[in-house]
Design a protein around this ligand. Structure first.
Ligand code: HEM
Length: 147
C-alpha cells in the first residue's frame, strides 16, 4: 500500500515536472517569435517566478517518492546494478535524475546571484528537456527491455 502511495506521488510529480519543461521548451520557445519583446519578458518573468516557487516542492515529492520506492523494493537491485537489465536501467535513470537536480540547483544559484541570462536559461531548458526524454524512455524501458 505504501509502495502504491509513493508510486502515485512519483507519477503526479513527474507529470507536473515533465509537463512544465515541455511547456517551457515547446510553447514559450515559439511564443517568443510571435509576441512583442516587452510582453514576452513579462510572460517569462511570471512563468519563471511561479516555477521557482512550485518546482522545489515538486522535486521534493518526486525524489522523496523515488527514494521511498527504492527503499521499499529496489535496494538489493541497486546494490548490484550490473547484475540485471532492470538494475542497470534504473541506475541510469537515477543518474539522469540527479543530473536534472544539479541543473535545477545551478539555475537557482544563478538566479539568486543575478547571473542568469537568456543563453544560460536556453541551455538549461534544452538540456533538461533532453534529460526528460531519456528518463521517460528508461523509466518504461526498464520494465520491458531485457538482456
Ligand atoms: C527528474 C526526476 C525523475 C523523473 C522525471 C521520473 C519519472 C519516472 C516515471 C515517468 C516513471 C514511470 C512510472 C510508471 O509508469 O509506472 C518512474 C518510475 C520509477 N522511478 Fe522515477 N523519475 C525521476 C526520479 C527518480 C529518482 C530520483 C528515483 C529514485 C531514487 C526514481 C525511482 C523510480 C522507480 C523505482 C520507478 C519504478 C516504479 C514502479 O513502477 O514500480 N525516480 N519515474
Amino acid at each position: 500500500m505504501l509502495y502504491l502511495l509513493f508510486l502515485t506521488l512519483h507519477l503526479f510529480a513527474a507529470l507536473i515536472f515533465i509537463g512544465t519543461v515541455f511547456f517551457e521548451v515547446l510553447f514559450l520557445g515559439s511564443l517568443r517569435k510571435q509576441l512583442p519583446v516587452k510582453v514576452m519578458v513579462l510572460v517569462e518573468q511570471g512563468v519563471g517566478r511561479r516555477a521557482r516557487t512550485l518546482m522545489p516542492w515538486v522535486l521534493l515529492v518526486l525524489f522523496g517518492a523515488g527514494l521511498g520506492m527504492v527503499w521499499l523494493r529496489y535496494w538489493p537491485t541497486l546494490a548490484t546494478p550490473l547484475a540485471s537489465s532492470f538494475g542497470t536501467l534504473l541506475t541510469l535513470k537515477i543518474a539522469f535524475a540527479v543530473s536534472v537536480l544539479l541543473h535545477f540547483l545551478t539555475a537557482m544559484v544563478l538566479f539568486k546571484r543575478g547571473l542568469m541570462n537568456a543563453r544560460y536559461l536556453q541551455f538549461i531548458h534544452g538540456s533538461v528537456f533532453c534529460h526528460m526524454i531519456v528518463i521517460v524512455l528508461l523509466a518504461k524501458g526498464m520494465f520491458y527491455l531485457t538482456w
